[in-house]
Design a protein around this ligand. Structure first.
Ligand code: LIP
Length: 280
């Protein structure tokens, strides 16, 4: 069967690498005045986010003018966020914008590609560390060409778990975030880590560096590309309450195994947030 998406993925890797160079060149030079905010005082965005997203979409539209696009900053500027069955590019130009502003070294250019609402390939370029994570559906996950596999640790008490505090400072949401954190820490697990980037947390699951990652408040562009990298590395993906992963729900749980995932579900004090495709 003809592999019709390989050349598209190869182009996406080249575009992500070029975009990552722009991000790397700008890192460390972001003036405080150039940092803007979106949904909260700590939901940061910079002119580099906006510039890089335009660069990525232009480079992809040149080759695929009939395709659909979902981009973090395009949605922030008012474009609708709807995932149809058509070929759709799902883009986060800088995942870990706060890290970018502070030159904390976990910053990723994310390009996911979905058809019939199923991710066909994912590209996550950890550009400050120059690490290119890729996955094609059914063909494995890689970092710089090296095959990835999730951790084989099945005992959650021997596990390291990743999660984030996110950018939601609603007191009731924070109560649940910290309640979940306390319950997870008290299992006890070996440790909890936050890379500051959903996509890189997911790539750390795929690489076997952490056994699981969960978060409520992420967006489809943060996790579309990396969700395939996790599953192609042998991991599992689900909603934080144990049902199937819904890319538009803004909730994600990625783990090395179903047993670790289901054990975490018992500790997560879940809550709902406005969906990415909620246009109301
Ligand atoms: C970030 C996510 C992270 C979340 C942050 C932020 P951004 O994405 O990757 O998981 O905790 O609040 O949403 O905004 O840097 O693209």
């Amino acid at each position: 069967m003809e592999d019709i998406w390989q050349s598209a993925m190869d182009h996406a890797v080249a575009v992500a690498r070029k975009a990552g160079q722009v991000v790397r060149d700008a890192a460390g030079g972001v003036h405080e005045a150039a940092v803007m905010v979106k949904s909260s005082p700590i939901d940061l965005v910079t002119q580099t986010d906006q510039k890089v997203e335009k660069l990525i979409i232009r480079a992809l539209k040149d080759k695929f003018p009939t395709h659909c696009f979902i981009g973090e900053e395009s949605v922030a500027a008012g474009e609708v966020c709807v995932l149809t069955d058509g070929p759709t590019w799902i883009i986060d130009p800088i995942d870990g914008t706060t890290n970018f502003v502070h030159t904390f070294p976990f910053v990723a250019v994310c390009i996911g590609f979905a058809v019939d609402k199923q991710v066909e390939f994912g590209v996550v370029y950890s550009c400050l560390r120059d690490e290119m994570y890729t996955a094609r559906r059914g063909k494995g996950a890689f970092c710089d060409g090296r095959p990835l596999h999730v951790s084989r640790q099945q005992d959650i008490r021997q596990a390291v778990i990743a999660t984030e505090f996110g950018s939601n400072r609603d007191p009731q949401a924070l109560d649940k975030i910290f309640s979940s954190l306390k319950r997870v820490v008290s299992i006890p697990v070996h440790g909890v880590r936050s890379a500051g980037s959903a996509a890189i947390n997911m790539c750390l699951v795929a690489s076997g560096c952490v056994e699981a990652y969960y978060e409520i408040g992420i967006h489809v562009w943060d996790v579309a590309a990396s969700s395939l990298i996790v599953s192609e590395a042998g991991g599992v993906l689900m909603d934080v309450e144990g049902g199937p992963l819904d890319l538009m729900s803004r909730r994600v749980l990625a783990a090395n195994s179903r047993s670790v995932a289901e054990r975490l579900v018992k500790e997560i004090d879940a809550f709902s947030v406005r969906r990415d495709d909620d246009a109301s």
